[in-house]
Design a protein around this ligand. Structure first.
Ligand code: GDP
Ligand code: ZN
Length: 455
C-alpha cells in the first residue's frame, strides 16, 4: 500500500469575477473536512448541500453549495469536494486559504486530471483531451476534444493494440516450435493479418493527422509592399467571418493580427507590415511577435500589385522567409483592371515562385472564397468528419513509429521470426504510449504541467 495522497485544493473557475466561483478538493477520507467546512453538517454524496462555509472560529466566510463525491465515484477517483461560492477573487482566496488551513495543499497545474489518470478514471489520451477541450479555439475542435474525452480515439488505439497482441501471440507461438514455424505462420495467414493491421494503422494515422490540423490551426502571414492591400485583405477575411470572437482575452482584434475560422479550422493571420526596424519599445515587442509569426507560419500570402510586380523590398522579404514555407501569390485590386476573380495553379509561373495564384479584390470582396479554398488545400484539410481525432504531435509521433515498425515487420522473411516478433512488440509499445499504458514519469510531468490550475 502506498501512503494516502495528500489533499489538494484549487480555485477551479477562471480568475476574475463571476456569479459563482468553484473550489475543488481531492484527497483521501475528506468527509471530516467537509463537515468542518459546513459547520458540522454532514453532506450526502452527490447531493447539493446549501450551507455556510465556516472559518476557524465558526464564522461564515461565504455561503453556497457544497458537493461531496465519495471515492471512487468522482472525477479523480478519490474523495472530492466542490465548494460553489460567490465568484469574487477575495471570497475565493479566503475559501482557498481556509481549505489550506484545514490541511490541504495548493494543487499543481493539471493535478486533478493527473490523479484521475493515475486512478484509471481516464487514460492518457483522454486526460489530454480535457486540456484540449478547455483550450479549443473553434467549435469543431471542441466537439472533437469531447469525442476523445469520451474515449473515441482511445478505442481506435485499443483496437489496434488488440490486433497487434493477437498477431504477436501467433508469431511468438511459432518461436516455441521452430520446426513448424513457416507452415504454421502461413496457415494462420500472418502476412495477411499484418497487412490488415497496416491498413488499420494507416487510417487511424490519416484521421489523426487531419485532427492535428484542427487542433493546431493554421498560421498565415501576409507579405507585401506598402499599399498593396494587406490590411484591407486582413479586414476583408475577418469581416467575412461571423464567428469571430472579439471580447475574449487573447483574441482581441488588432490591426496586424486576426483569428478566423475556415471550415472549422482556426486560422491565425498576421500582417507582417510590422516587420520593420524601430526604436519604440512597444512596437519592438510587436515586431518580435511578427518575426516569430513568420518562423511559425504554415502559409505566406504574397500580395502583389500586378501593375508593379515585385519590388526590391518585397523581394528582400521573400528571401527572408523560411525555406519550407508554403506560398500563395495574390494579385489584388482586380476591380481596377476589370479582371475576373480566379485561382490558377497547374503549372503556372509566378513572380514569387508560389504554385498557386489568386486574383482578387480585397476592397470589393471578390475572390475571397477562392483564397479560402486555396488556404485549406495548402494544408491538406479534407473537412470535418466524425472520424477525426484531435491528435497531438505526441500521438502522431507514436503512430508514425508504430507504422515504421510494421513496415519493418513486413520486410521480415519467413525465417526471421524473432526479428518479426520484436518489430511487432515495438509497434505495440508505441501505440500503448498514446493511451499511457507504457509511459515514463517525465512524460506525465510534461503533459500535466501544461494544464491550468484547478483542472
Ligand atoms: P497595405 O499597406 O498593404 O496594408 O494596404 P492597405 O490595405 O492599407 O490599402 C492601401 C490602399 O489600397 C487603400 O487605399 C485601400 O483602400 C486600397 N485597396 C486595397 N485593396 C483594394 C482593392 O482590392 N481594390 C481597390 N480599388 N483598392 C484597394
Ligand atoms: Zn497595412
Amino acid at each position: 500500500m502506498s501512503a494516502p495522497a495528500p489533499t489538494i485544493a484549487a480555485i477551479a473557475t477562471a480568475p476574475g469575477r463571476g456569479g459563482v466561483g468553484v473550489i475543488r478538493l481531492s484527497g483521501t477520507h475528506l468527509l471530516p473536512l467537509a463537515q468542518t467546512l459546513a459547520g458540522g453538517k454532514t453532506p450526502v454524496p452527490r447531493t447539493a448541500l446549501y450551507t455556510d462555509f465556516s472559518d476557524a472560529h465558526g464564522l461564515p466566510i461565504d455561503n453556497g453549495l457544497l458537493l461531496y463525491f465519495a471515492a471512487p465515484a468522482s472525477f479523480t477517483g478519490e474523495d472530492v469536494i466542490e465548494l460553489q461560492g460567490h465568484g469574487g477573487p477575495v471570497v475565493m482566496q479566503m475559501l482557498l486559504a481556509r481549505c489550506l488551513e484545514l490541511g490541504a495543499r495548493a494543487a499543481e497545474p493539471g493535478e486533478f486530471t493527473k490523479r484521475a489518470f493515475l486512478n484509471n478514471k481516464l487514460d492518457l489520451a483522454q486526460a489530454e483531451s480535457v486540456a484540449d477541450l478547455i483550450d479549443a479555439s473553434s467549435q469543431s475542435a471542441a466537439r472533437m476534444a469531447l469525442r476523445s474525452l469520451k474515449g473515441a480515439f482511445s478505442q481506435h488505439i485499443h483496437a489496434l493494440v488488440d490486433e497487434l497482441i493477437t498477431l504477436r501471440m501467433l508469431v511468438e507461438a511459432t518461436l516455441d516450435f521452430p520446426e513448424e514455424d513457416i507452415d504454421f505462420l502461413e496457415a494462420a495467414d500472418a502476412k495477411g493479418k499484418l497487412k490488415a493491421l497496416q491498413t488499420q494503422l494507416h487510417s487511424v494515422l490519416a484521421s489523426a493527422e487531419q485532427g492535428a490540423i484542427l487542433r493546431e490551426g493554421m498560421n498565415v502571414v501576409l507579405v507585401g509592399a506598402p499599399n498593396v492591400g494587406k490590411s484591407s485583405l486582413l479586414n476583408a477575411l475577418a469581416g467575412d467571418d461571423i464567428a469571430i470572437v472579439t471580447d475574449i482575452a487573447g483574441t482581441t482584434r488588432d490591426t496586424v493580427r486576426e483569428q478566423i475560422t475556415l471550415d472549422g479550422v482556426p486560422v491565425h493571420i498576421i500582417d507582417t507590415a510590422g516587420l520593420r526596424d524601430t526604436d519604440d519599445v512597444v512596437e519592438k515587442i510587436g515586431i518580435e511577435r511578427s518575426h516569430k509569426a513568420v518562423q511559425e507560419a504554415d502559409v505566406a500570402l504574397i500580395l502583389i500589385d500586378p501593375r508593379e510586380g515585385i519590388n526590391a523590398k518585397t523581394r528582400a522579404i521573400l528571401q527572408s522567409l523560411p525555406a519550407g514555407l508554403k506560398k500563395i501569390e495574390i494579385h489584388n485590386k482586380i476591380d481596377l483592371s476589370g479582371e475576373a476573380a480566379a485561382m490558377l495553379s497547374d503549372g503556372i509561373q509566378t513572380a514569387s515562385g508560389a504554385d498557386t495564384l489568386i486574383k482578387l479584390s480585397a476592397k470589393q470582396h471578390q475572390g475571397l472564397d477562392l483564397l479560402k479554398q486555396a488556404l485549406l488545400a495548402e494544408i491538406g484539410w479534407q473537412g470535418e468528419s466524425e472520424s477525426l481525432f484531435l491528435a497531438r504531435s505526441r500521438h502522431l509521433n507514436a503512430l508514425h513509429s508504430a507504422q515504421v515498425e510494421l513496415e519493418n515487420a513486413a520486410l521480415c522473411s519467413n525465417t526471421q521470426i524473432e526479428l518479426l516478433a520484436e518489430h511487432l512488440r515495438l509497434a505495440q509499445l508505441s501505440c500503448s504510449e498514446i493511451t499511457g499504458e507504457f509511459s515514463a514519469d517525465d512524460l506525465l510531468g510534461v503533459i500535466f504541467s501544461r494544464f491550468c490550475i484547478g483542472k
